[in-house]
Design a protein around this ligand. Structure first.
Ligand code: XIL
Length: 388
């Protein structure tokens, strides 16, 4: 364990909630702590200041639940990972365990072991939980295609949602009821994606799903969740408008929808985020919708292989994205998609540029904090506290 890691952990656990929170920290670029580090410590590690609150503490200080997606296999097998999640996450979401396929080994069975494990872990550690997700075109079970027909599809969907939502009712901060329903290139009315649920039920599958979720869990915020809504290129602006039109239609029909999830899977290369993202969030706010940053990470595969400069670019994107989004008071929670590069989904199908793991998350594959962690903490500290 490096000295900076020890300092970091000591600092994080010793913080009495507010001591360092809100304290202005200089950019790590101008405040290296290399003098306190043994020779040979990687430069990217030496740039992380030792005295910062955890993400969880920073979020709590702003009443902005901050946390991450959790891999249940890793939670079971990797104590260092579990400890890091305990320390850093005030809100968790299952990376896979609450999706339709993982929950449904057969048409008549529910497999709740992994999902229950996360609920118990969250409860034991005082964390909030998000549910992800009831309706998606990926990670459906193998039996789905042959078993579900236009005649039984509504019953299958409603039974699934009612069973799962009811099991965790009263314990969920929010549920992603429908995930990724818009894909303009499918050229369907309203920009809807051509998914199994669409082919079985037509566009009404969305309304059915939200009504079922509300019936079974009246307290969870019900969300529509999607990617590519940031709107800096014409396709994304058009997708954002299609999502807003979808949500307006649902509101007009009295469908219970409370929030929109911006997945926030960013890719580090040329582009940044600005007016399009602001516009989307303002529109959602005007509709009375809450906004949740649900799956934030930065894909670094187009950057140079040199880690120090890669980290700087990734951290700059963390900073600029969060500085744009967190000032909107309707943004009520922030979750990264994973916490450590040891397990990020971005390591799957990686480009061959660098055999090492991506550096996409606040903690690297050695569980050391990265500059992205610094950027995230500082952006949260710069945000106004949400009302209690
Ligand atoms: C990903 C998981 O991280 C992987 O473990 C799984 O193999 C595929 O799904 N958008 C979403 C998430 O809404 O559910 C996806 O999660 C990532 C993209």
């Amino acid at each position: 364990m490096s000295i900076s890691r020890r300092h970091f952990l000591a600092g994080a656990s010793a913080l009495a909630g507010t001591a360092a929170i809100g304290q202005t920290t200089q950019s790590p670029r101008t405040q290296p702590i290399a003098g306190s580090l043994p020779p040979g410590t990687p430069v990217y590690q030496s740039l992380v200041p030792p005295q910062l609150p955890t993400l969880r503490q920073a979020g709590a200080s702003r009443n902005l639940p901050t946390g991450c997606a959790v891999s249940i296999p890793a939670l079971r097998s990797d104590p260092g990972y579990a400890q890091l999640i305990r320390q850093q996450a005030g809100i968790v979401v299952a990376e896979d365990a609450m999706k339709f396929g993982p929950l449904r080994p057969t048409p008549d069975q529910f497999f709740f072991d992994d999902a229950d494990l996360l609920m118990a872990f969250a409860q034991a550690n005082g964390m909030q939980v998000r549910g992800h997700n009831f309706v998606w075109h990926h990670q459906l079970p193998d039996w789905f295609a042959s078993y579900v027909t236009p005649a039984n599809a509504e019953a299958v969907l409603v039974r699934h949602i009612e069973t799962v939502a009811a099991r965790y009712a009263g314990r969920m901060q929010s549920w992603d009821v429908v995930n990724e329903a818009i894909l303009l290139s499918d050229a369907l009315p309203g920009g809807l994606r051509n998914t199994p649920w669409y082919r079985l039920l037509g566009p009404r599958y969305l309304d059915i799903a939200f009504h079922a979720a509300r019936r079974a869990d009246p307290t969870a915020l019900l969300c529509y969740n999607d990617y590519g809504l940031e709107g800096e290129v014409p396709e994304e602006a058009a997708k954002g408008e299609a999502v807003l039109a979808l949500l307006r239609g649902m509101q007009a029909r009295g469908v219970p929808i409370d929030a929109v999830g911006l997945q926030s899977h960013l890719v580090a290369h040329a582009g940044g985020y600005g007016g399009g993202l602001q516009h989307f969030m303002q529109q959602a706010q005007a509709m009375g919708l809450k906004i949740i940053l649900t799956e934030f990470d930065v894909n670094d595969r187009y950057l140079s292989v040199e880690i120090a400069s890669r980290d700087e670019v990734v951290a700059a994107l963390y900073r600029s994205y969060l500085n744009l989004t967190l000032p909107n008071p309707n943004v009520i929670a922030l979750l990264t998609w994973g916490l450590t590069d040891r397990y990020t989904w971005l390591n799957i199908n990686k480009a061959n540029r660098d055999p090492r793991p991506e550096r996409s998350l606040p903690f690297d594959a050695d569980l050391h904090p990265t500059l992205a962690y610094v950027a995230a903490v500082e952006a949260i500290q710069a945000a106004r506290p949400r009302p209690l």
